[in-house]
Design a protein around this ligand. Structure first.
Ligand code: SF4
Ligand code: SF4
Ligand code: SF4
Ligand code: FES
Length: 961
C-alpha cells in the first residue's frame, strides 16, 4: 500500500519522486554501491533519494503515483535488460542498481534534448526562472546543445489561457508530463483535466476543451503546484517575480487549518504555497488559502483608530492612546451608571487562541462579569454541549487522516467539498478507494457526485427532521441486533444504556414510523443503518446542518449514541467528527469564550477551578454564567445592556434576524469594534480599532481535529499593533494590569490554567510542527485519537442520552409553504468580508436562491428572476436559480453578501440547550418581484452614509497633516 496521506516525516522540502510505502516489511538493496533498507513497495527512485542519490526526473513527484512517461529516471539493474524507469520499479531484496554511468547520461541528454527542442528558450524572462524542474534537469544531465533546431513542427505558438484570475496556463511551455492531470485526479479529486489527443498533438485540456474558468476546475492550485515547468504559473509570480524568503504559517479561513509557506519579497507576500509538512493538509490547499490573500493589503483596510459620539456622526481619526482612553472611559462611566453587568464582549473565532484568551480575560477580570460569548454560539455550541454530555469532551475524536482507515463514511448536514475543501479531497480519495458513503442532507451535495466512487446513498431528509432520522438509524441497529455488545459492555454506562435501548427500540422511532417526518423511505434508512453498523470502521462527519436547529444539541447526542452503539469510537477510521467552520472556532471555545466556562471548559461555578484563575489573575471572579449573545441583544433592547466590545466578528451580518440585531446595536451607548474592515457591525460602532490580519501577528489556531498550529508574523501590522496588544492596552486603561512581551507568554499562561493545554508551548509546537490537545503529562506529544481507553466521564464510561424528537415550531403552512435552509459555497467565506475583497468574486458575486423546478413552475419562476422571500421575521430579495439539487418544498441560499439580507429572514428560534440559532429551518414564501426589499434599500443608503463618514474622516486627517 502506498502512503499518500500520512505525514512525510522525512524532509518535507525535498521531493522524493514517489509516495512512501506503508509496508512494514523491509527490503535491502544496493544503489551505486550504497546499501539501503526500505519498506517493500518503495520505488527505486525513492530508495535512492532517501540516501541522497537523486535520480533526474520530470514526470514523477512524491505526492502522485508514479506514471513512467518521461524516461528521464532510467537506471540499470543487475540481471535486467534495458534501462527501466526507477520511478515505476519497486525496490527488491538483493537488487543492485546503478543510477549514473555514461550510457544513462547519454540517454538522459537525448531525452532532454527532445524536450528542449520544443520549448521556448526564454529562461531569462520566464516567471519560473530559478524554480523550474525542466531547467534544473537540463543542468543535471549536462545538456549543452540541442541538435534538432527549432524549425520543425513545434508548439511554441500554442495559446495561453488567462481565464483563471489566479494562474495562467501557457501551453507553449508544456511538456505533457501529465503531473497536472494526475494532481487534479489524485490530490484534488475534481478530474477537471485530461490529456487530449495523441502523440505530437497531445495537450492538456480543461473540462470539455473549455477555459479553466469555464471548466469544473475549482482553482485549488494542485496542478500549478505539480507542474515542473512554467506552463501553470501563479499570476502573482508572473507579476512580482520569484520570492526571496518564506515563513510557515496557518490559513485563516476554515477549520481544516492548512499549513502554508508564505513566500515573501521583503514585506510583500508573493505566493502562498501549501506546506508538504503541514499535518492537516500534507501539501494540498483550496482556492481560499492558496490564492485569496489579497484582502490583507486591500485598500479598504482600516489603518487608524477612530471614534465618534454617535453613529449618525462622521468618524474622527485619532491615535491609539486617545482611542483606547475614549473606549475605557465610556466603559467605566456606563458601568458606574448602569452596573457591572451592563457591559460585555464577543471574542472571535477568526482570531488566535492567545487573542481570544485575552479578550475573555479582559471581560472576566477587568469588566468584572462573565458577559463573554463567541460566534461558536451561532455554529457549534451544540457540539460543545452534546459531546460533553455523551463522550465527556467538547471536541471531535479523530485526526483528518483517520478517514483513510474508514470503511463507511456517514456525512450529516455537512458539505465538505465546499466548506472544508482540503479535507473534502481526502474524503473523496478514501471514497475512490472503496469506502461506502451515506449522506443525510436535504440537498444533493457535490460529494455524492464524486467521480469513480461506488454506490453512494443519499437520504434527502426534510429540514428539521435530523433527530427523527438519527433515532431511526439507531433503532435499526438495536432492533436488528447490529450493536457492538462488547464495546457497550466495556466502555459505556450500563443504566443509561438500558434506558436508551428501551427508548430507541420503541416502534415510534422506527424508520417506518418516521417516514412521514423525514420524507425518506424506511427501506433506504434501514439499508443505510445496516451498511453503517456492519462496516468494520464507520465514521460520522457532521456540520452546521446538524447544530443549527432547535434540536441541535439533541442531534449531536444522537450522533454520539449511534457511534457508541456501533463501537465506532477510540481508534483510527471511526469517531464523531464535527467539521468546525471557522479557522479557530475550536480554539475560541477551548479558550473560555462562553459565559459559563473558563478556559479549558472549566465551569465558572466550580470553586476549585475558579480559585486557580483568581489566584493567577489577581481578581475575584463572578461564579454565575454571564449573558449569551442573544441575551445581550435582548438586554440591549430592554435598556439593561449598554456597551459591547466585539473583536473580529460581524454579528450584524452573521447573526439571525438582522433587524433585531440592528435594533440591539443601535440601542447601545458604546459599541467598540476591532476589525480589519468597516464591517456591517462597525457601521453601528462608536470606537473602531484597526485589527491585524493573520499575516501580521504571532499566535496559534486550533483546527477541527484539535490541532494547534502556529500562526507566524510575515509582515508588520498595518496599524502598528497586533490584536492582542490592543486588548492589553484596553485592560490597562481600565485599571486592570496586563503585561506580555510576546504571544508565547500568553500560551504559557493558558498552559498553566487549562489542563488539556498543560504540555503546550511554542517551543514544543515549533519542534513538532503541531500538537493535538489534550497535550499534558499523560499525553506529552498530544492526542491524535481521543477516548482510546476511556471517556473523561464518571467512571470513564460513555453515556447514552435520550434523544426524543421534538418538531421545531418553525413549520411550513399555507402562508409560508417552503422551508429555507442556508449554507456555504467554496469560493466565498462566511460573511465574505475577506473573500469579497479578492478575485474569488469571479465565482460567486451574489447570493442566489436555489429552488426545485416544481416549486419554480408553480410560481412562474425562471432562472435569473428576482424573488421576494418572506418569512415570519422579514423580507428580502434574491435572484432565482432553478435546480434539481433541491427537493420540492425546500429552498436554499448562502449568506456571503451583506446586501442579500439572508439573515433578515432567519428567525429567533434556537437550540433548546445552547441558543444556537435555527438557521437551517425557516418557513418562507417566494414570489417574483421587481425591486429590492425595504430593508435592502435602507441597507444601501446606510452603507453609502457610513462609507462617506469614513472617507470624511480620512479627508480631515489628511488636511490636518
Ligand atoms: S486548480 Fe485544482 S481543480 Fe483546477 S485544474 Fe488544477 S488541480 Fe484541478
Ligand atoms: S501543464 Fe505542466 S504539469 Fe501539466 S502536462 Fe504540462 S508541463 Fe506537465
Ligand atoms: S481548506 Fe480551509 S484551511 Fe485549507 S486552504 Fe482552504 S480555507 Fe484554508
Ligand atoms: S520520472 Fe520516471 S519516467 Fe518520468
Amino acid at each position: 500500500m502506498l502512503q499518500y496521506y500520512v505525514p512525510n516525516k522525512v524532509d518535507p522540502s525535498k521531493d522524493y519522486g514517489t509516495p512512501a510505502s506503508l509496508s512494514e516489511k523491509l527490503v535491502t538493496l544496493e544503489i551505486d554501491g550504497v546499501e539501503t533498507c526500505v519498506p517493500e513497495g518503495t520505488s527505486v527512485m525513492r530508495a535512492a533519494a532517501l540516501v541522497d542519490l537523486n535520480i533526474p526526473k520530470l514526470c514523477a513527484t512524491d505526492n502522485l503515483e508514479a506514471y513512467g512517461s518521461c524516461r528521464l529516471c532510467a537506471v540499470q539493474i543487475e540481471g535486467r535488460r534495458g534501462t527501466p524507469a526507477s520511478c515505476t520499479t519497486p525496490a527488491e531484496q538483493g537488487m543492485k542498481v546503478w543510477t549514473q554511468n555514461e550510457k544513462l547520461a547519454k540517454l538522459r541528454r537525448n531525452i532532454m534534448e527532445l524536450y528542449i527542442s520544443d520549448h521556448p528558450l526564454d529562461c531569462l524572462t520566464c516567471p519560473a526562472n530559478g524554480d523550474c524542474e525542466l531547467q534544473d534537469m537540463a543542468g543535471a544531465v549536462g545538456l549543452r546543445e540541442v541538435r534538432y533546431g527549432f524549425d520543425g513542427e513545434n508548439h511554441l505558438d500554442a495559446p495561453k489561457d488567462t481565464s483563471n484570475p489566479y494562474f495562467t496556463f501557457d501551453a507553449s511551455k508544456c511538456i505533457v508530463c501529465s503531473r497536472c492531470v494526475r494532481a487534479c485526479e489524485e490530490v484534488q479529486g475534481t478530474f477537471a483535466l485530461t490529456i487530449d489527443g495523441r502523440g505530437f498533438d497531445s495537450k492538456v485540456a480543461a473540462g470539455q476543451n473549455e477555459s479553466f474558468l469555464d471548466s469544473e476546475c475549482v482553482s485549488c492550485g494542485a496542478c500549478v503546484q505539480a507542474c515542473p515547468t512554467a506552463t501553470l504559473s501563479e499570476n502573482s509570480i508572473i507579476e512580482l517575480g520569484q520570492p526571496e524568503h518564506s515563513v510557515v504559517t496557518t490559513c485563516a479561513y476554515c477549520g481544516v487549518g492548512c499549513s502554508f509557506r508564505a513566500e515573501m519579497k521583503g514585506d510583500q507576500l508573493v505566493r502562498m504555497v501549501p506546506d508538504k509538512g503541514g499535518d492537516a493538509n500534507h501539501g494540498h490547499s483550496c482556492v481560499k488559502g492558496r490564492f485569496a490573500f489579497g484582502y490583507a493589503t486591500h485598500k479598504d483596510r482600516i489603518k487608524t483608530p477612530m471614534i465618534r459620539d454617535s453613529i449618525d456622526q462622521p468618524w474622527k481619526e485619532v491615535g491609539w492612546e486617545e482611542a483606547i482612553s475614549f473606549a475605557a472611559s465610556r466603559l467605566k462611566s456606563i458601568q458606574a451608571e448602569h452596573g457591572r453587568e451592563s457591559i460585555g464582549g464577543i471574542t472571535s473565532s477568526r482570531c488566535t487562541n492567545e487573542e481570544t484568551y485575552l479578550v475573555q480575560k479582559l471581560i472576566r477580570a477587568a469588566f468584572g462579569n462573565n458577559n463573554t460569548d463567541t460566534c461558536a454560539r451561532v455554529c457549534h455550541s451544540p457540539t460543545g454541549y452534546g459531546l460533553k454530555q455523551t463522550l465527556g469532551e467538547s471536541a471531535g475524536t479523530q485526526t483528518f487522516d483517520s478517514i483513510m482507515k474508514s470503511d463507511c463514511v456517514l456525512v450529516i448536514g455537512a458539505n465538505p467539498t465546499d466548506a472544508h475543501p482540503v479535507f473534502g479531497s481526502l474524503m473523496r480519495r478514501r471514497l475512490r478507494e472503496g469506502a461506502s458513503l451515506i449522506v443525510a442532507d436535504p440537498r444533493e451535495i457535490d460529494l455524492l457526485k464524486t467521480p469513480h466512487i461506488g454506490d453512494a446513498v443519499h437520504l434527502p431528509l426534510r429540514p428539521g427532521s435530523n433527530v427523527a432520522m438519527v433515532n431511526a438509524l439507531a433503532h435499526v441497529v438495536i432492533t436488528e441486533g447490529l450493536e457492538d455488545a462488547d464495546f457497550i459492555a466495556k466502555r459505556c454506562e450500563t443504566d443509561a444504556y438500558a434506558k436508551w435501548r428501551a427508548f430507541i427500540s420503541e416502534s415510534r422511532n422506527s424508520p417506518e414510523a418516521v417516514e412521514e417526518i423525514t420524507g425518506v423511505s424506511a427501506a433506504a434508512v434501514r439499508e443505510a443503518a445496516r451498511t453503517f453498523a456492519k462496516a468494520p470502521n464507520a465514521a460520522i462527519y457532521y456540520g452546521l446542518g446538524v447544530t443549527e436547529h432547535s434540536q441541535g444539541s439533541t442531534m449531536v447526542m444522537g450522533i454520539a449514541n449511534l457511534a457508541l452503539a456501533t463501537g465506532n469510537i477510540g481508534r483510527d477510521g471511526v469517531g464523531v467528527n464535527p467539521l468546525r467552520g471557522q479557522n479557530n472556532v475550536q480554539g475560541s471555545c477551548d479558550m473560555g469564550s462562553f459565559p459559563h466556562e473558563l478556559p479549558g471548559y472549566q465551569h465558572v461555578s466550580d470553586p476549585i477551578a475558579r480559585g486557580r484563575f483568581e489566584a493567577a489573575w489577581g481578581v475575584s471572579l463572578d461564579d454565575e454564567p454571564g449573558l449569551r449573545i442573544p441575551n445581550m441583544f435582548d438586554a440591549a433592547i430592554a435598556g439593561q445592556f449598554r456597551a459591547l466590545y466585539v473583536q473580529g466578528e460581524d454579528i450584524a451580518q452573521s447573526d439571525p434576524n438582522t433587524q433585531h440585531v440592528e435594533a440591539a446595536l443601535k440601542a447601545l451607548d458604546c459599541l467598540i469594534v476591532q476589525d480589519i474592515f468597516l464591517n456591517e457591525t462597525a457601521k453601528f460602532a462608536h470606537v473602531l480599532l484597526p485589527g491585524s490580519s493573520f499575516l501580521e501577528k504571532n499566535g496559534t489556531f486550533t483546527n477541527a481535529e484539535r490541532r494547534i498550529n502556529r500562526v507566524r508574523k510575515v509582515m508588520p501590522a498595518v496599524a502598528g499593533k497586533e490584536d492582542w496588544e490592543v486588548t492589553v492596552d484596553l485592560a490597562n486603561a481600565l485599571g486592570y494590569p496586563m503585561s506580555y512581551n510576546h504571544p508565547s507568554e500568553i500560551m504559557d499562561e493558558i498552559a498553566s490554567l487549562a489542563p488539556s493545554f498543560a504540555g503546550v508551548s511554542y517551543e514544543k509546537l515549533d519542534k513538532h510542527g503541531s500538537l493535538q490537545w489534550p497535550c499534558n503529562d499523560q499525553f506529552p506529544d498530544g492526542s491524535p485519537i481521543m477516548h482510546m481507553e476511556s471517556f473523561p466521564m464518571p467512571e470513564g464510561k460513555g453515556h447514552f442520552a435520550i434523544t426524543e424528537f421534538v418538531p421545531t415550531t418553525e413549520r411550513a403552512n399555507r402562508k409560508f409553504p417552503l422551508l429555507l435552509t442556508t449554507g456555504r459555497i467554496l469560493s466565498q467565506y462566511n460573511v465574505g468580508a475577506q473573500t469579497r475583497r479578492t478575485d474569488n468574486q469571479a465565482w460567486h458575486d451574489e447570493d442566489i436562491l436555489e429552488l426545485h423546478p416544481h416549486d419554480a413552475e408553480e410560481r412562474g419562476i425562471s432562472d435569473g428572476d428576482w424573488l421576494g422571500i418572506t418569512s415570519r421575521a422579514g423580507h428580502t430579495v434574491l435572484r432565482a436559480r432553478v435546480s434539481v439539487r433541491m427537493q420540492p418544498g425546500v429552498v436554499y441560499t448562502t449568506f456571503h453578501h451583506p446586501g442579500s439580507g439572508a439573515n433578515v429572514i432567519t428567525t429567533n428560534n434556537s437550540d433548546w440547550a445552547t441558543n444556537c440559532p435555527e438557521y437551517k429551518v425557516t418557513a418562507v414564501q417566494v414570489e417574483k418581484v421587481s425591486q429590492p426589499s425595504e430593508w435592502q434599500k435602507d441597507f444601501v443608503a446606510n452603507h453609502h452614509r457610513q462609507n462617506k463618514f469614513l472617507a470624511e474622516a480620512s479627508a480631515v486627517a489628511a488636511s490636518d497633516e
